[in-house]
Design a protein around this ligand. Structure first.
Ligand SMILES: C[C@@](CO)(OP(=O)(O)O)[C@H](O)COP(=O)(O)OP(=O)(O)OC[C@H]1O[C@@H](n2ccc(N)nc2=O)[C@H](O)[C@@H]1O
Ligand SMILES: Nc1ncnc2c1ncn2[C@@H]1O[C@H](COP(=O)(O)OP(=O)(O)O)[C@@H](O)[C@H]1O
Length: 281
């Protein structure tokens, strides 16, 4: 057993667009979206133990360890495999919570993938993705690690290669609940389905954007500022906005002009999550 901590990345995703094409009887929404990874995110470190305890050494303020998706993912895997190993976990959080960057889902997926390797469980990617969906709709895409066109409630994933712009991601000073946005009566729910072979990012949109802009003045203000400089769109159900640039320098330049107090980062869009390579090491 390796008795030092081993480090794995847990990157962000953006939804390059998010179309809501219907709603199921159980209230869940039918979506079409492209998930793209960014080369920016959290880091998780794992040290396996023999005692069977699962211990997150770096709690997140406002999230109890028992409801932290990292701990939930580790326990789920341990139970499923009837595994006697435990683990000490450290998290370095960089991603805002409730920002539409999928930080919680990404942390859960990294935990499943890393512990599958470190506990030598040999679950297949399909099995881990299946386990992951019980933790959150976005966990499977992070488990699979490829940029994907998603349909259904986000679980039918087809790999797709998309352009890899540089993004300025801005973080409005508010957290938006996914359930709140999906629960809103005025949310559009009937965008026509598009064909995966004919995806034009520019003519796509985010169906949550108008509603979020209406309800959250912080997002409205920032969006209109950013649109003066670059094409900009909401990710997921918000609150973060990504603005696209051809090169890093242009993104950094606009970042340097942001109104005082607006948090942000610059990152490149990827077609594969870095964790795929890390798992092979
Ligand atoms: C729509 C996306 C796009 O990435 O939004 P973001 O959360 O990233 O902003 C996600 O798929 C969200 O996934 P996730 O945040 O894991 O959602 P969950 O916890 O599974 O669901 C939160 C709540 O949102 C609603 N929900 C979620 C997904 C979906 N396709 N239809 C829904 O109606 C349900 O009411 C559910 O109780
Ligand atoms: N490890 C975790 N990282 C982030 N959020 C977590 C984690 N565990 C549980 N959560 C909960 O999940 C919620 C959604 O977080 P996150 O996935 O980062 O947002 P989003 O889906 O909007 O990108 C948070 O508000 C938090 O209460």
């Amino acid at each position: 057993m390796n008795d030092s901590f081993q480090r794995f990345s847990s990157v962000a995703k953006i939804n390059r667009f998010l179309h809501i094409t219907g709603q199921r009887d159980n209230g869940y929404h039918e979506l079409q979206t492209v998930f793209q990874f960014l080369d920016f995110g959290d880091t998780l470190e794992f040290k396996v133990n023999n005692s069977g305890t699962i211990n997150l050494l770096t709690p997140i303020a406002g999230v109890s360890n028992s409801s932290n998706l990292i701990v939930k993912a580790a326990k789920l895997l341990q139970n499923k495999a009837n595994c006697s190993f435990g683990v000490e976990i450290k998290l370095q959080k960089q991603l805002p919570m409730g920002g539409g960057l999928g930080g919680g889902s990404s942390n859960a997926a990294t935990t499943l993938l890393a512990l599958n390797k470190l506990w030598k469980l040999n679950f297949t990617t399909d099995q881990l993705a299946e386990l992951g969906i019980s933790l959150g709709a976005d966990v499977p895409v992070f488990v699979r690690g490829f940029t994907a066109f998603a349909e259904g409630i986000g679980e039918h994933l087809t790999p797709i290669d998309v352009d890899m712009p540089w993004f300025l991601v801005t973080i409005p000073n508010c957290s938006i609940s996914t359930a709140e946005i999906f629960g809103a009566e005025e949310l559009p729910r009937n965008t026509a389905k598009i064909d995966i072979n004919n995806v034009d990012m520019d003519s796509c949109h985010n169906d949550c954007e108008k509603l979020v802009i209406k309800r959250y003045p912080e997002v409205a203000k920032l969006m209109s500022w950013l649109l003066e400089y670059a094409p900009s769109r909401l990710t997921g159900t918000g609150a973060c906005i990504f603005s696209s640039f051809n090169d890093k320098e242009s993104a950094v330049q606009v970042q340097s002009k942001l109104p005082n107090g607006v948090k942000s980062f610059v990152a490149k869009g990827l077609n594969h999550s870095p964790i795929l390579a890390e798992l092979k090491l």
